[in-house]
Design a protein around this ligand. Structure first.
Ligand SMILES: [Mg+2]
Length: 378
């Protein structure tokens, strides 16, 4: 049986700001696009959350709620540095690390639990390592599946630890609201409630076929999630889709490389959607002027399909690498699954991608492209 540990930093961007400037500790701190007219909040400290401020809220609204909060533009280079440090601490606890975003990861601890003398000891040591060496707190969930571990971590925020013993997944999920499940967000929650599903346990009476009948392909995932079963490990992974470019001259300028990634992402996204696939793993390939070739990969929580999503993760991976002259740059997506399963959170993204594809199919791939500001370091 597998054991998964999900670790997620608490109010990460605000926490790093507090490490940089300890006088901010205990204060209402808001990080986000505070200097732009339509900026939104990236992270609010728990003290700021007491006033109703939350991420994705317009900064202007946050300013009305708590005018004397400390508003910071965000120091993404520092966040990246602390993220890298945190993940190297994680690697001392397992070699099986799946990075999910800048501040969260899944650790397969199945084979290392014994080395530490138990899950609880391991998890508490990891928490105290991060606290003492980096200066901020993380929340941890441990369970038999990645999904349940993530939900357990979210339930124990901030600075918490929740361990779900094998076999107790259903008991743990039972009374939680349905929106704790991945794929059920603000937009789709009313749909579930209208069908009579408000708590996770409301799904328990339905078998996989019944949930598939109600929610399509997502219904099968839903059934696995709530039964505490890791979905579909047996299905063979399909071939990857990739795209790469060899340059006539080595490129050192980071913005130029990012611009290339942008176009590769558009190409790849188009092909992915054309083949009606979604990808849950993305990697970039870099060949340096000295022919050293590296690949860097990220496993995603939810499958992706849009140019924007591919670009976002490819850029994130690229920014972590050294700035040597690059000869070849490529992106590939793997762990493909039949598309359109994400009818829930991604409707806007899906609709926009369809428009892009229609225009490109008709007038050629270079006719339309989403504008990106490469200096925007998110
Ligand atoms: Mg976090």
């Amino acid at each position: 049986m597998k054991r998964w540990l999900h670790a997620d930093a608490d109010m990460f961007f605000a926490a790093v700001e507090m490490v940089k400037d300890p006088s901010l500790r205990g204060k209402a701190v808001v990080v986000g696009g505070v200097n732009s007219r339509h900026g939104v909040v990236s992270t609010a400290s728990y003290e700021a959350r007491k006033f109703g401020i939350h991420s994705a809220m317009p900064v202007a609204v946050a300013r009305r709620l708590k005018p004397d909060a400390i508003f910071l533009e965000g120091d993404y280079a520092a966040y990246q540095t602390y993220s890298d440090k945190m993940f190297s601490l994680f690697r001392q606890y397992t070699s099986e690390l799946h990075v999910l975003s800048i501040d969260e990861a899944d650790l397969d601890i199945t084979d290392t639990i014994q080395l530490f003398g138990g899950e609880e000891v391991l998890a508490l040591r990891l928490k105290s390592d991060v606290q003492s060496q980096l200066g901020f707190s993380i929340s941890i969930g441990v369970a038999g599946t990645r999904t349940v571990a993530k939900i357990a971590a979210a339930q124990s925020k901030p600075d918490g630890l929740t361990i779900i013993t094998q076999g107790f997944e259903k008991a743990f999920l039972s009374d939680l609201p349905i929106n704790v499940l991945p794929g059920i967000g603000k937009k789709s929650e009313p749909f579930f409630i209208s069908k009579g599903f408000t708590k996770v346990k409301d799904l328990y009476g339905f078998d996989m076929a019944a949930l598939t009948g109600l929610f399509g392909k997502y219904g099968a995932s839903l059934w696995c999630m709530v039964q505490g079963i890791e979905e579909d490990q047996t299905s063979p992974s399909r071939p990857s889709i990739s795209k790469e470019i060899t340059f006539e001259e080595d490129i050192t300028d980071q913005n130029q490389l990012i611009s290339v990634l942008d176009h590769l992402s558009a190409d790849l996204g188009h092909r992915l959607r054309h083949e009606k696939q979604e990808a849950s793993c993305l990697s970039i390939k870099l060949r340096y002027a000295n022919f050293k070739t590296i690949t860097r990969q990220i496993t995603l929580n939810e499958p992706i399909f849009s140019d924007e999503q591919i670009f976002y993760y490819a850029k994130w991976l690229l920014r972590k690498e050294s700035r040597e002259p690059v000869r070849l740059l490529g992106i590939s997506v793997t762990n493909l699954s039949a598309g359109e399963s994400l009818f829930l959170e991604n409707q806007k993204e899906r609709a926009f991608s369809k428009i892009l594809d229609t225009i490109r199919d008709k007038y050629g791939s270079k006719t339309i492209h989403r504008y990106h500001d490469y200096k925007d370091k998110v």
